[in-house]
Design a protein around this ligand. Structure first.
Ligand SMILES: [Zn+2]
Length: 517
């Protein structure tokens, strides 16, 4: 049995779900649905990261106990993803006792192997990053991410002997060129490793400074550093379903994330896995940022887009389409309402929605919804079929390569062809003459097949729309992604299809309140 395990980062609960989180979820969901369509068994893990300085500080600012704060925030993520219809097999909360227990077990194992030592440390600590920064990392004396100077702190802490594993990590990424995608992030990681600037990792925080975390099993005066805790969720999420699930899925792990957390995933995590004597993940899939104007979307900038607002206003598939069509995976992309409306109107309302509506209404008008036999094909019929045969090859290929925008482009080329075919063959004109009705029936039958193939290829991109099209056609979706079109085999002669519905209402921004938090 082929398997595919995909994770998103467990999200930090210092803010509500926003567009960046949603994009990562859409990518994980799209991949899981794609591999499912190919008959692969899939498992999806996401969750919430609930420990650390920042959470303790925010909870304190709300006058709340951190656990109560986490209990209030975590469900916002769980519910949002459920309402968006994303596939999630296991949602991990880092305050779940099953997760905490595994983290302690892993800490103990690394400690017993001699890879954790105790040492006095004086360093520059950034509370934003929740870690010590090296002098080299500072820009003008400031943390490059938080734009403020780190605090000098001197304390005794536990350190993970990460340097012992860095050569093996480097070898792994050298031997597996596709283990980090896109490739320039792999080059970035290899450069980081080659620089020799990475030291051992401080993995403890004294409770005198912070007590909101998982206690070190070998020293109760300390709690665990958040990253060491959070990364283990990728294992605990599987183990919560039993060791068999872990053994079955772990070797196929694909971690999807935004580029800002590449280092913990590409340096800390493989070192930890090696120290735990566990196999390494299969791939890290790194995406860019959604920007508005020039700025990254973030709560502090007040330019956040809430996924549930978007869903309510435009439908989840319209949002999915925009995110997948507009961002080349790995690069930044910009979000603005005008581009969103233009894309949705041109491709969804006009391109796909209009085709479905024309075909189904003609089928009603001329044949009472009943499918007619295919007539001998013309050159135009062959071209149409060729366009969809090409889409059937290209769309899965581009999806496999994470080029979702190219996959959708390829499908829409076929849809454009179908819309042009309607104009060129003009069934609405032919239908005026009774003796032409068999030809009209043949044209419409082919167009129903276009919709069938489209729904098949949209199953992982726009699952709701795919289902709607299949139910309009009155047929069930294929169990497996077919390797050939099979046109002429999906509709028995006389089978009745449904009258059209509006799949995608046109978006008029003058009338809509702009979707803004
Ligand atoms: Zn910082």
């Amino acid at each position: 049995m082929e398997r595919f395990y995909v994770t998103t980062p467990i999200y930090y609960i210092n803010a509500e779900p926003h567009l960046g989180h949603t994009y990562t979820m859409v990518v994980a969901d799209t991949l899981a649905r794609f591999y499912r369509a190919k008959g692969v068994e899939t498992f999806v893990v996401t969750g919430t990261d609930e420990h650390g300085d920042k959470i303790a500080a925010i909870a304190a600012a709300h006058g709340e106990n951190p656990k109560l704060y986490a209990d209030r925030m975590s469900p916002l993520f769980q519910q949002a993803w459920q309402e968006c219809g994303f596939l999630v097999d296991q949602f991990v909360r880092t305050t779940d006792p099953r997760h905490e227990q595994l983290v302690q077990e892993f800490l103990q194992r690394v400690y017993d192997n001699g890879d954790i030592y105790f040492s006095r440390y004086a360093g520059l600590y950034c509370t934003g990053c929740e870690r010590f920064l090296t002098e080299k990392e500072l820009v003008g004396g400031n943390c490059p991410d938080h734009k403020r100077p780190p605090e000098p702190i001197e304390e005794e802490n536990y350190f993970f002997r990460m340097t012992r594993y860095l050569p093996a990590v480097q070898q792994y990424f050298e031997a597996h060129p596709d283990a980090i995608y896109p490739e320039h992030y792999r080059n970035e990681v290899l450069a980081m490793l080659a620089s020799g600037g990475i030291g051992d990792l401080c993995i403890s925080r004294p409770k005198t400074r912070l007590d909101w975390g998982i206690e070190l099993p070998f020293d109760r005066r300390y709690v665990c550093y958040v990253w060491f805790d959070a990364l283990i969720s990728y294992v605990s999420g599987l183990k919560m379903r039993g060791d068999d699930t872990f053994h079955a899925f772990w070797p196929t792990a694909h971690h999807v994330m935004a580029k800002d957390i590449l280092k913990p995933h590409a340096i800390f995590w493989p070192s930890m896995l090696l120290a735990l004597r566990l196999p390494l993940f299969r791939r890290l899939l790194i995406h860019g940022y959604w920007v508005r104007g020039e700025a990254k979307m973030s709560k502090s900038l007040g330019n956040v887009i809430r996924p549930l607002d978007m869903k309510q206003q435009f439908g989840i598939d319209t949002l999915r389409y925009f995110l997948l069509r507009e961002m080349a995976f790995g690069q930044d992309a910009s979000f603005n309402e005008d581009a969103f409306a233009a894309r949705a109107n041109a491709d969804l309302a006009n391109g796909l929605g209009n085709l479905a509506s024309r075909v189904l209404s003609m089928q009603q008008r001329y044949f009472d919804g009943q499918v007619q036999p295919l007539d001998p094909p013309t050159a135009a019929d062959d071209d149409l079929q060729g366009a969809f045969a090409q889409a059937l090859v290209e769309v899965p290929e581009w999806t496999e390569q994470l080029a979702f925008h190219r996959a959708l482009e390829a499908l829409w080329r076929a849809l454009d062809h179908a819309n042009k075919y309607v104009v060129d063959t003009a069934p609405f004109t032919l239908a005026r003459e009774r003796q032409q009705l068999p030809r009209v029936g043949g044209i419409l039958h082919r167009l129903l097949e276009c919709l069938y193939t489209t729904a098949t290829l949209l199953a992982w991109f726009l699952p709701e729309t795919s289902q709607k099209i299949f139910s309009l056609l009155g047929v069930t979706a294929p169990v497996r992604l077919p390797t050939s079109l099979g046109w002429g085999e999906h509709f028995p002669i006389g089978h009745r299809v449904q009258p059209p519905i509006t799949l995608f209402p046109r978006i008029d921004l003058q009338k809509e309140a702009t979707p803004r938090a």
